[in-house]
Write a protein that binds this ligand. Structure first.
Ligand code: PCA
Length: 223
């Protein structure tokens, strides 16, 4: 039984994405006796559903923790819900700029994360890591990842717990934005968090989820 940890490739002209760095850093690690297997998803409406399906089929996880960058966010953001809507603030990496589009026509309106978000939140704060609960993952690819993970698990009758965590910029990204006058970044509001702290946050989220009751063992017939 494994943990599937997913990140996203860089997007919107960027060259880094903390979620990709964390997914790579933790790939193959063991947390609370469970092996972490990582995948990096494309920032692409056309390709994300197949990528989610392939990752779930290849790893058959008991727990799915997905990560993405929320540029400008000040802290770790624990997403509680993914909605059936693509309404992009910017074009994706294939140049698609979707508006008012269902991720799955006729699908459920939303999927709620089944990670123990309240416990994760408390554990992060106790570990000295700023974090907050969030009721919207936006309407871009991170929301699509959360919604589609819920939808594919339901389709496969999977019982893995799943959820999404948004991350702030890495310090290097914030510094590059502040160095670029064209970025329009306000020096009074350009937060970031070290990779080391974000890795600790994700390790904590995985450990708390594995120790909680929500990640029930699979039925023998499907394992
Ligand atoms: N963040 C974007 C998509 C990929 C990522 O890392 C988002 O918040 O939707």
């Amino acid at each position: 039984m494994s943990v599937l940890l997913t990140g996203f490739e860089p997007f919107d002209g960027g060259t880094m994405n903390p979620s990709q760095e964390i997914a790579r850093a933790l790939d193959g690690r063991e947390i609370a006796g469970t092996n972490v297997r990582s995948r990096v998803y494309p920032v692409s409406h056309a390709r994300i559903a197949d990528a989610v399906r392939a990752a779930l089929d290849e790893t058959r996880p008991r727990l799915v923790v997905s990560l993405g960058l929320a540029g400008g966010e000040q802290m770790i953001r624990l997403e509680r819900v993914g909605v059936n809507l693509a309404d992009f603030p910017a074009a994706d990496n294939d140049g698609a700029l979707l508006k008012d589009t269902k991720l799955i026509p006729g699908g459920l309106d939303a999927f709620a994360s089944t990670l123990p978000m309240r416990e994760i939140h408390g554990a992060l704060l106790r570990a000295g890591i700023p974090a907050r609960l969030s009721n919207t993952a936006g309407t871009y690819l991170c929301n699509a990842c959360l919604y589609l993970t819920g939808a594919v698990l339901k389709e496969r009758r999977g019982d893995a717990a799943f959820g999404f965590i948004h991350l702030p910029y890495l310090p290097e990204q914030a510094a590059a934005l502040l160095a670029d006058p064209k970025s329009g970044r306000d020096p009074d509001n350009c937060p970031s968090m070290s990779l080391e702290m974000m890795i600790r946050a994700v390790e904590t989220a995985i450990a708390v989820s594995l120790q909680s009751n929500v990640s029930r063992p699979r039925a023998a017939s499907r394992s």
